[in-house]
Design a protein around this ligand. Structure first.
Ligand code: HEM
Length: 117
């Protein structure tokens, strides 16, 4: 299940890059935005399955899940604010910080890959 979780979040990052590039070129992002939103569902469902697969749920799992949902909120904020031509600098900073924390947490928590020990 961690593989599906990883695959869907990598896909969502790729779709986000495609969307931002298209926005910069002034192209219509509607379909890509829909596809991206479908990957959110995959991330949340697989994350939820991993969450409940933990034998006893430690605090770090709650943090991981909450930050995971915040991350998806940041994806949307970046896209929507860019679309409205508002500033996105601060959102990008928050985006990077939360993404790094999520990867660090994801790869240190016991299930799946343990890249950071
Ligand atoms: C875009 C948002 C997200 C990112 C970037 C992200 C990132 C990651 C990464 C890198 C892993 C490690 C995978 C592995 O070890 O194979 C992971 C595992 C996990 N994620 Fe997420 N995640 C996100 C959203 C969520 C959400 C929304 C939830 C909960 C509803 C969630 C819950 C979990 C759980 C429970 C694990 C397993 C932890 C463990 O290895 O023991 N994630 N995530």
């Amino acid at each position: 299940m961690t593989h599906v979780h990883l695959t869907s979040l990598v896909l969502s990052l790729i779709f986000l890059i495609i969307i931002v590039v298209m926005q910069n070129k002034g192209k219509n992002i509607r379909i890509w935005h829909m596809v991206l939103r479908a990957t959110y569902i995959l991330i949340i469902v697989t994350g939820g399955i991993l969450f409940f697969a933990a034998y006893s749920i430690p605090l770090s799992y709650y943090l991981k899940a909450i930050l995971g949902v915040v991350m998806i909120g940041l994806f949307e904020m970046v896209i929507v604010r860019k679309q409205r031509e508002k500033k996105t600098d601060i959102i990008w900073i928050a985006f990077s910080i939360v993404l790094v924390i999520l990867f660090a947490l994801g790869f240190t928590l016991p299930m799946g890959f343990n890249l950071i020990k």
